[in-house]
Design a protein around this ligand. Structure first.
Ligand code: ISL
Ligand code: CA
Length: 529
């Protein structure tokens, strides 16, 4: 097999809790995913990335793992998982898993033994009784402090995320050995790679106080350090024997860090998820939103396109609000969703589609905190309670940024339960399910879903889009144009009709009926120059 097969692939991310529920308990599961494999194959994608399906107390929906070698009963059994690999394989689809190894759940056996001081687990985590100068002043990703006191050990432990997500101590060589066994276990089952959760923060060089910052005080002691590069080389070595690939979720990296992390000679990661284009509508932290600007958005994407040989392209995932609600226009919901699809599938790199993006799912329409499940949103809301701000503003901050925006159940049809479940869904279903759903869009040749299929097959057949050079031609307030090989991609990301003569042959447009000499609002076209 081509060593760099993942450069030709399109990845579809599944958030298993929210995808398809086979047994009516309101939680999506693996048999549910298997029942939708024909649908996934019909999109033309090559790889499924599964958000965590491991055993977990679900304080952070599976990103807190209590046993890396078993499947959470909510999702099914190991036999179900094996069947998923086999059934996907029949359809030419590979499975990659989420690798969450910065931290475990506090219910993991390693932590339970560690807090009792049982060897060899005693120093699997960062305990204040083993590290001088702790607890320190570091602040965490979900807001607030990073040390939790444990009455059993009579010491505190470090957690960069929630208190039940203790950070693993990679100064202890045994930790890596255990992780390596886990990698091999899944690779032997036929898993073809990993999306590596917050992978650039694994190694902490010291636990001294950090420089006081607005966010993440202490981060200079763990962001993309040499110790992490060393671990990545080990992961790479194990995976290369299986022809598997990695994509790192790398927080706060710029293009220089990303080049180090992904350069083929260094043999670390294959690709990374950058956050910079996701930060264009934020002021310092994501809870403070500012007006989105296409010019800035394209400028950031352009920098990454130019500076990296190859990388991921994504507009959505389970941590981000829905792209059409954020970058598109609700008035031109269908057109702007198609324009975003065009951007996603014509840039250089490996595209990642998040479940529901292909039908234009929108942000959650929730009205109160009671409907929110996201541990991050709950934490932030708690912190906000001591801040003097009108309630309506606090709620707006949560509503616009909550990760639950992307986590509402997949809208398969317009019925009660949206075809997702026959029971009570774990998280509310968007009321727009009767207008936005797979069943309707499958029947409609002009739908967002149909456009995705057309565009994916167009991309697969186009050498220009698969491997052509990238060059930005225009970065305007209303219109963007870039070249991929001999193709020009032109996007009108405004609510206005724009006068524009097109030179060359228009191969694809988001409009059924084009207007000669104009770009309709939110029209995107691909032109052979
Ligand atoms: O969601 C975020 C901002 O939108 C981040 O703070 C996020 O927590 C960070 O990107 C790390 O995300 C990953 O690790 C977390 C988990 O909660 C996320 O779902 C996961 O994608 C901890 O494992
Ligand atoms: Ca279920």
């Amino acid at each position: 097999m081509d060593k760099e097969w993942w450069k030709k692939a399109i990845v579809y991310q599944i958030y298993p809790r929210s995808f398809a529920d086979s047994n009516g308990d309101g939680i999506g599961d693996i048999p549910g995913i298997i029942s939708k494999l024909d649908y996934i194959a019909s999109l033309g994608v090559d790889v499924i990335w599964l958000s965590p399906v491991y055993a977990s107390p679900n304080e952070d929906n599976g990103y807190d793992i209590s046993d890396y070698l078993s499947i959470h009963p909510d999702f099914g059994t190991m036999d179900d998982f094996d069947a998923l690999i086999a059934e996907a394989d029949k359809r030419g689809i590979k499975i990659i898993m989420d690798l969450v190894i910065n931290h475990t759940s506090s219910e993991h056996e390693w932590f339970q033994k560690s807090r009792k001081g049982i060897e060899p687990y005693k120093d699997f985590y960062y305990w204040s009784d083993s590290w001088p100068g702790t607890p320190n002043n570091w602040t965490g990703f979900f807001g607030g402090g990073t040390w939790e006191y444990d009455s059993e050990r009579k010491a505190s432990y470090l957690h960069l995320f929630a208190p039940h997500q203790p950070d693993l101590n990679y100064h202890n060589p045994l930790v890596w050995e255990k992780i390596n066994e886990i990698l091999k276990f899944w690779l032997d089952k036929g898993v073809k790679g990993f999306r590596c959760d917050v992978i650039n923060i694994l190694y902490k060089d010291s636990l001294e106080n950090g420089k006081k910052k607005m966010i993440l005080t202490g981060s200079e002691h763990y962001l993309t350090l040499d110790g992490t590069h060393e671990i990545l080389k080990k992961i790479n070595k194990t995976l290369s024997e299986y022809g598997a690939f990695t994509v790192g979720e790398t927080v706060f990296v710029d293009t220089n860090d990303a080049k180090l992390l992904t350069s083929p000679e260094r043999k670390e990661l294959n690709m990374v998820f950058s956050f910079q284009h996701m930060e264009v509508d934020q002021i310092i932290v994501k809870w403070f939103k500012k007006k989105f600007s296409w010019k800035k958005f394209i400028a950031v994407l352009d920098k990454w396109q130019r500076e990296l040989e190859w990388n991921t392209i994504y507009l959505e995932n389970h941590d981000q609000p829905r792209s059409v609600s954020r970058f598109g226009s609700m008035e031109y919901w269908k057109d702007s969703s198609k324009l975003l699809a065009t951007l996603l599938l014509t840039l250089k790199g490996t595209p990642f589609i998040f479940e529901g993006e292909e039908i234009g799912m929108t942000n959650f329409d929730f009205v109160s905190m009671d409907e929110v499940e996201d541990v991050e949103s709950k934490n932030i809301y708690k912190i906000l309670s001591s801040v003097h701000l009108p309630k309506s503003i606090k709620w707006k901050m949560i509503k616009n940024t909550s990760r639950d925006n992307a986590r509402t159940p997949m809208q398969w049809n317009g019925k009660d339960g949206a075809g997702f479940t026959t029971g009570k869904p774990w998280l509310g279903i968007n009321k727009n399910k009767d207008k936005i759903n797979v069943e309707m869009e499958e029947r409609d040749k002009d739908s967002i879903l149909s456009y995705y299929k057309t565009l994916i097959s167009f991309r697969k057949k186009s050498e220009d889009l698969m491997e052509g050079d990238y060059k930005l031609m225009e970065n305007g307030r209303d219109v963007t144009e870039y070249m991929r090989g001999g193709l020009s991609i032109i996007l009108n990301h405004s609510d206005k009709e724009i006068k524009r003569e097109i030179e060359g042959e228009i191969l694809l447009s988001t409009e059924n009926e084009r207007k000669e000499g104009f770009l309709k609002p939110w029209e995107a076209i691909i032109v052979r120059k």
